[in-house]
Design a protein around this ligand. Structure first.
Ligand code: NAD
Length: 487
């Protein structure tokens, strides 16, 4: 049976790429059936190869990032796309023996005798990974660590917005892994759609909620299980005692990272009304003193395309037209069309129906919304979609705990922002509109594993009680159970 639908009718530039995808999946499926359960040593060797691959391709990765983004800080590439991925693979390799071990479960000796029950994590099979443009290696090769740790075969599908990174990704993967273990499918929208129609054993999608919804519907037609890593608006709640230079530095730091083009960036802040001016003053001071000439520097990332840049500029213009106070944190000159960098600005107390309070900003604009009581801030968060991440800044542990207990989000930080996403030990994912399922850590390993429940028969059991015709054994088991339950 063909594993993907042929799209030859489209006649698009993707026709060859779709044909190739079909071959890749068939090849991997055959390899999986021939060798369905790689050993611990084999998996560790794959993880070591993965880590070695990103480390030895560091320069190519850095150059590709700069080419696709117009400008991209090399140190950010090193930290996130190279060292972050290699560190994640090393952590997984270290933990893997314990994760792979069958996990014993209770079985009642009266009924099951010396029989044993356990959970056996086994590879799901052939897994697809559709990744977006904002972290081209971290979101393609990153989840590959847990996918390989779980023993799967994997096909990666990078974004069409990062052609240079996709080329490096494909070349280094093919130079490192057998194509029946890991491969890369590169193409445009038709390929992306065809990729979604493959009957994967599991599909990971990272991107916008809008496309995520379409992907979930297409996958559901063939009952393909999906992990959805989506976006949305991540709030930061600051309490009165934490309107200080350090909190402002943390918040602006995540906004400056990738010029705001990060799914767990602080999208907007909630600040006590009487401290709004203090927050704004601290923000201006922070940029003036610690980040002079930041926006047009090599430390700042370019907006990925002109279309994305226009969308961000429209959000600012819309706020200005509606009479909101938009305060640039840096005096901006012209936007260089090659680097697509623009200065960060804060928007003071915008109304909730403004576009920038409705859609994910994904750029260097920080709305700062006023609240009177903490309950109002919590209510504001809970009235919206459940976010991918939520941040609370408070010197009072009880207040921070209260905010964590009364809100729901995929991840969270206290007195920091986005750091939870850097830890390979913590599960990463969303809830509701921000996604479902997890990668990173043991939760990622389990997400990409089939958690098979196994019973191995021993001696002295009464399992014949379950099978008709029901006789004395069933009578005795039922009678004893009711007696024990007091019935
Ligand atoms: P994008 O445009 O690069 O699209 C993501 C992927 O979806 C690409 O590989 C693309 O080819 C594919 N795609 C697009 N249309 C498709 C279709 N109709 N069918 C199948 N595949 C299709 O990236 P984007 O969506 O602009 O990414 C930004 C969004 O991703 C933001 O909302 C951001 O918050 C979210 N995001 C989430 C995470 C996370 O871990 N939760 C991480 C990064 C980004």
């Amino acid at each position: 049976m063909s594993t993907i639908e042929h799209d030859t009718k489209t006649g698009s530039a993707d026709t060859a790429a779709i044909e190739e995808l079909h071959e890749i999946v068939d090849r991997q499926r055959a390899a999986f059936l021939a060798d369905p359960f790689p050993s611990l040593d084999e998996r560790r060797a794959l993880l070591a190869a993965l880590a070695g691959m990103v480390m030895s391709n560091r320069t190519q990765i850095e150059e590709a990032m700069s080419a696709d983004f117009g400008v991209h800080p090399t140190l950010a590439t090193d930290l996130i796309e190279v060292l972050g991925v290699a560190g994640r693979a090393a952590y997984v390799a270290e933990q893997l023996e314990g994760w792979m071990a069958p996990e014993p479960r209770y079985s009642d000796p009266t009924l099951y005798g010396t029989g044993r029950a356990f959970v056996q994590p086994q590879p799901k099979g052939v897994v697809g990974n559709i990744s977006p443009w904002n972290f081209p290696f971290d979101l393609s090769v990153g989840p590959l660590t847990e996918m390989l740790a779980a023993g799967n075969r994997v096909v990666l599908k990078p974004s069409e917005h990062t052609p240079a990174c996709s080329e490096v990704l494909r070349d280094m993967i093919r130079a490192t892994f057998d194509r029946d273990r890991v491969d890369v499918a590169v193409g445009g929208l038709e390929l992306a759609k065809a990729f979604t129609r493959v009957r994967w054993d599991h599909l990971l999608y990272t991107g916008s909620p809008e496309i995520g919804r379409q992907i979930a519907m297409t996958a559901a037609e063939q009952l393909v299980p999906v992990t959805l890593e989506l976006g949305g608006k991540c709030p930061a709640i600051l309490t009165d005692d934490s309107i200080d230079a350090e909190s402002v530095k943390q918040v602006l730091g995540t906004k400056a990272l990738k010029n705001g083009q990060m799914c767990i960036s602080v999208d907007y802040c909630l600040v006590p009304r009487e401290r709004m001016d203090d927050f704004a003053r601290l923000a201006v001071e922070h940029v003036r003193e610690n980040m002079p000439d930041f926006y047009s520097s090599e430390n700042n990332t370019g907006i990925i395309t002109n279309r994305h840049l226009e969308r961000i500029q429209n959000l600012i213009e819309d706020a200005q037209e509606r009479g909101c106070e938009v305060r640039p944190l840096e005096e901006g000159g012209e936007i260089d069309p090659d680097t697509r960098q623009l200065p960060m600005s804060i928007v003071l107390d915008p109304p909730d129906d403004l576009a920038l309070m409705q859609e994910e900003i994904f750029g260097p604009i920080l709305p700062v919304k006023a609240y009177d009581e903490i309950d109002e801030a919590i209510g504001h968060v809970n009235a919206g979609e459940r976010p991918l991440a939520l941040y609370v800044f408070s010197k009072d542990e009880q207040v921070a705990d209260d905010v964590l207990r009364r809100t729901t989000s995929g991840g969270a930080c206290v007195n920091a922002a986005a750091v939870h996403g850097a830890l390979p030990s913590l599960p990463f994912g969303g809830i509701g509109e921000s996604g479902s399922g997890r990668h990173h850590g043991i939760e990622g390993f389990r997400e990409f594993s089939n958690l098979r429940g196994v019973f191995v028969r021993g001696e002295g059991d009464l399992i014949e009680a379950f099978a008709p015709p029901y006789g004395d054994t069933a009578q005795a088991v039922v009678g004893a159970a009711f007696e024990e339950a007091g019935g």
